[in-house]
Design a protein around this ligand. Structure first.
Ligand SMILES: [Fe+2]
Ligand SMILES: [Fe+2]
Length: 146
């Protein structure tokens, strides 16, 4: 698969599986567009739109849960990519979308964004969770709670 070796994995299965699905969707853009199957093309475009927004919201929800320090910067980065997505959708509606340009933009964006930005919240969230796991081993006696 193209660029597979450059696709950064977070080592954080909750989000790696979402990234993997996004890469699959982006890889489908050119084959589906060139197939001439209009209904498949329509379904793919909508799935990309909805799943991309879903993924950004999942991450933002997770970052808010854990008060992640770089939340605002990260959210702006998502918003910029979503603006770009809207431009591609406008092009699609106007029958002037360049499928290769869309695939190259989003695959590249995801590779770079996950490596530079997602990796930061992952480090933070993992640290937070370590402290929760530590509650039990630190001697907190959950047996007395009820
Ligand atoms: Fe992500
Ligand atoms: Fe992100």
């Amino acid at each position: 698969m193209a660029y597979q070796e450059e696709r950064y994995t977070l080592g954080f299965p909750e989000m790696d599986s979402q990234h993997e699905y996004l890469y699959d969707l982006f890889d489908s853009i050119e084959p589906v567009f060139t197939s001439g199957n209009l209904s498949a093309t329509e379904r793919l475009v909508h799935e990309i739109e909805h799943y991309f927004i879903f993924h950004c919201e999942c991450e933002e929800h997770l970052m808010r849960m854990y008060n992640t320090p770089s939340f605002a910067v990260h959210q702006s980065d998502h918003e910029r990519a979503q603006q770009k997505l809207l431009q591609f959708l406008d092009d699609y509606e106007a029958s002037r979308l360049n499928p290769a340009a869309m695939r190259i933009f989003f695959t590249g964006w995801l590779m770079e964004h996950s490596k530079l930005s997602d990796s930061e919240y992952v480090t933070w969230v993992k640290e937070c969770r370590k402290s929760f796991r530590g509650l039990r081993s630190a001697g907190t006696d959950f047996d007395h709670i009820d």
